[in-house]
Design a protein around this ligand. Structure first.
Ligand SMILES: NC(=O)c1ccc[n+]([C@@H]2O[C@H](COP(=O)([O-])OP(=O)(O)OC[C@H]3O[C@@H](n4cnc5c(N)ncnc54)[C@H](OP(=O)(O)O)[C@@H]3O)[C@@H](O)[C@H]2O)c1
Length: 316
């Protein structure tokens, strides 16, 4: 390869790769998509609002290359919505190199999805589980491929049993439901990492860092009652935290050669993986969360009861 061709390849190291990033028309997902697209990847971005999708893909095309991005409309809040999206992704690409389960939920009041699931649980746990399960055939097709689940360091704030009051029916506190469901995501992701290792699919977790996004903008002093006394200070930090840095961190885990060998890792800073506690490393907890994900996926009222083409991961 000539020196010029080498220099061009180095500028676009992800050329030829395809990445799906959920909830990526704004916020951290958008910045992740931008970092990947401007490194040469073709990105598929999801969101509910087509106008947001059009705006995001137009900006990505302008800044990262004409065919760098495509928008897929999706509501990640239901199992059926995630399955429908997976069907359209399968119809669009033959393989996926990267899946970033970025989209999440943090709601001011308790609400249920069309599946009858509490919305934070649906968005932070059942949705990412379903999409990973549904897209496995595309991820295992080429290999090596990467699944990155965007969580939050807030999962450490859930101190009680992760497997009780899943739908926050006893009590709903926004920040608690968020911590609880992100913990379930962490546990199930670690189980996925073990199950998918033979298929050359890595699964890692990332805390992107505080960022000013539609999600944080929607928070109030009641979202995390334990922090209400420092709310003005927290708000000040949030407003000044750019999602660009967070998106770069997620893209680093999703694409860097430095993180290629990682699987079952949790990354909070930019460099080495962070330590997880005994609770998260407990294989029974991980397997229980994985089984719970499978159960909530397959018994959801919106679940399409059909065999996912090519899915072959055993339940244990
Ligand atoms: N922001 C932070 O400080 C922070 C800190 C730690 C962890 N995180 C985690 O990082 C991830 C991204 O956070 P963020 O703050 O960027 O989130 P966000 O502001 O909610 O992200 C907005 C994006 O998600 C899409 N979206 C929202 N709900 C959706 C749904 N039901 N179905 C499909 N798309 C949906 C929006 O498009 P539409 O509105 O058009 O649907 C938009 O593209 C989340 O998992 C979050 O928990 C964030």
């Amino acid at each position: 390869m000539s020196a010029t061709a080498n220099a061009i390849a180095n500028r676009r190291p992800l050329r030829g790769r395809t990445a799906l990033i959920t909830g990526a028309t704004a916020g951290i997902g958008y910045e992740t998509a931008r970092a990947l697209a401007c490194s040469g990847a073709r990105v598929l971005v999801t969101g509910r609002d087509p106008a947001n999708g059009e705006r995001a893909t137009a900006t990505l095309a302008r800044d990262c290359g004409a065919d760098s991005a495509a928008f897929l409309r999706a509501d990640h809040g239901t199992v059926g919505g995630n399955q429908d999206l997976a069907d359209r992704v399968r119809a669009t690409v033959a393989r996926l190199d990267v899946l970033v389960n970025n989209v999440g939920g943090l709601y001011s009041h308790r609400q249920e999805t069309a599946d009858g699931y509490e919305a934070t649980l649906a968005m932070n746990f059942v949705g990412p589980y379903t999409l990973t399960a549904e897209l496995l055939p595309l991820l295992t097709e080429g290999g090596p491929s990467r699944c990155v689940n965007v969580v939050s360091a807030g999962f450490k704030m859930w101190k009680t049993d992760p497997f009780t009051d899943l739908h926050s029916t006893d009590q709903f506190v926004s920040g608690d439901a968020y911590a609880h469901t992100k913990l379930l995501n962490v546990l199930a992701s670690l189980a996925w990492a073990r199950r998918l290792a033979p298929d050359n699919v890595t699964v890692n977790l990332v805390h992107p860092g505080m960022s000013w996004t539609p999600m944080t903008a929607s928070m109030t002093a009641q979202t995390i009652p334990s922090m209400r006394l420092i709310w003005p200070v927290l708000r000040f930090w949030q407003r000044h935290a750019s999602p660009v840095k967070a998106g770069r961190r997620v893209a680093f885990v999703a694409s860097s050669s430095d993180t290629a060998a990682y699987t079952g890792r949790y990354i909070e800073g930019r460099a080495a993986p962070n330590r997880l506690s005994e609770r998260e490393l407990d294989l029974d907890n991980q397997d229980l969360a994985w089984t719970l994900g499978e159960e909530l996926m397959t018994t959801a009222p919106t679940h399409h009861d059909r065999q996912t083409p090519g899915r072959k991961v055993s339940p244990r």
